[in-house]
Design a protein around this ligand. Structure first.
Ligand code: ADP
Ligand code: F6P
Length: 320
């Protein structure tokens, strides 16, 4: 291929810039031209793009967010939008496209591949909820951010002998919640994947307070489980322990990417370009057994990711 495009789509994630940089530099090194498309599929349909040079990606590896901007594009969900995107790609001479985003973005990439524009998906989402890869760019940074914030929250929770009920991101996946709960020494993680019982949790809190003198509690809740305000109120009513709700929110999506995210982004970006350079499209690049690999886009999207039950159990067994 002589000319490829790169875009970021869906929710941003720290490390997306490192992936854009790797794609650009690797492609230029192979003699390809690179077009940076802004605002994901929106920019593709609206022809918002520019030619990238090695300097276009200077000084971005350490920055959170995405220098290409990102967006959600309802129009791209219809075949009409996909065919229009194909036309734009042909018009500007893009023979292949790298899509950095989550599974929604990959569905779009699959559609575009099926109409003749080979696409490679690079998993970029803080949720780590892409089925066919062990790791997604942004996950580590987001968890470290959440951990640091909950460490701070613990100081005030402890001073007031309260219970803090903290919501972390992950609309449909509890991976962030379980790992962060373990890392901050929380008493419980409430996730969609595992049933929980607030009566039992409250009874345990009271028992531990009375028998072991435990006087403050941290409960991590995955977004999607329910309103943390309601959970905190219920816990307070059941236990008599003063409780507060905290939503960490979008701050988890920002910040300078960790080593893990920069390295993962660079390896995946490089591999994506290697595939396009061989004329291969319709693949997702990811990690399997700790190594970079690639898989058919549709096959990858059809897979199911197991929840980390063993880790959840260890968290529960070591909480009190
Ligand atoms: P993410 O990629 O982070 O999962 P979204 O689910 O919001 O984020 O998807 C990002 C964009 O990908 C959507 O705005 C849309 O343009 C495209 N997309 C999502 N789902 C589909 C689909 N089923 N078919 C085609 N395109 C889709
Ligand atoms: O998918 C990443 C994510 O941050 C989820 O954890 C969260 O539920 C969602 O995006 C929030 O999306 P938005 O940026 O549209 O509020």
């Amino acid at each position: 291929m002589k000319k490829i495009g790169v875009l970021t789509s869906g929710g941003d994630a720290p490390g997306m810039n490192a992936a854009v940089r790797a794609v650009t530099r690797a492609a230029l090194a192979k003699g390809m031209e690179v077009v940076g498309i802004q605002k994901g599929y929106v920019g593709l349909l609206n022809r918002e793009f520019f030619d990238m040079t090695a300097r276009s990606v200077s000084g971005i590896i350490q920055r959170g967010g995405t220098c290409l901007y990102t967006a959600r594009c309802p129009e791209f969900r219809n075949m009409e939008g996909v065919l229009k995107a194909k036309e734009v790609c042909e018009e500007i001479g893009i023979e292949g496209l790298v899509v950095i985003g989550g599974d929604g973005s990959f569905r779009g990439a699959g559609d575009l591949s099926s109409v003749g524009i080979p696409c490679i998906g690079i998993p970029g989402t803080i949720d780590n909820d892409i089925q066919c890869t062990e790791y997604t760019i942004g996950y580590d940074t987001a968890m470290n951010t959440a951990m640091e914030m909950i460490d701070k929250l613990r100081d005030t929770t402890q001073s007031h002998a309260r219970c803090s009920v903290v919501e972390v991101m992950g609309r449909r996946a509890g991976f962030i919640a379980v790992n962060v709960a373990m890392a901050v020494g929380a008493e419980a993680a409430l996730t969609l994947e595992r049933p929980y019982d607030l009566d039992q949790l409250a009874a345990k809190m009271v028992r531990t307070r009375d028998s072991k003198g435990k006087n403050h509690f941290i409960i991590v809740v995955s977004e999607g489980v329910g309103q943390v305000e309601n959970i905190a109120r219920t816990i307070q009513e059941m236990t008599g322990i003063e409780s507060r709700a905290t939503v960490l929110g979008h701050v988890q999506r920002g910040g300078s990417p960790t080593v893990r995210d920069r390295v993962a982004a660079t390896e995946l970006g490089y591999h994506a370009v290697e595939l396009l350079d061989q004329g291969i499209g319709n693949r997702i690049v990811g990690f399997k057994d700790g190594k970079v690999y690639d898989i058919d886009l549709h096959e990858g999207l059809a897979m199911k990711k197991d929840f980390d039950d063993a880790r959840y159990d260890i968290l529960t067994e070591t909480a009190y």
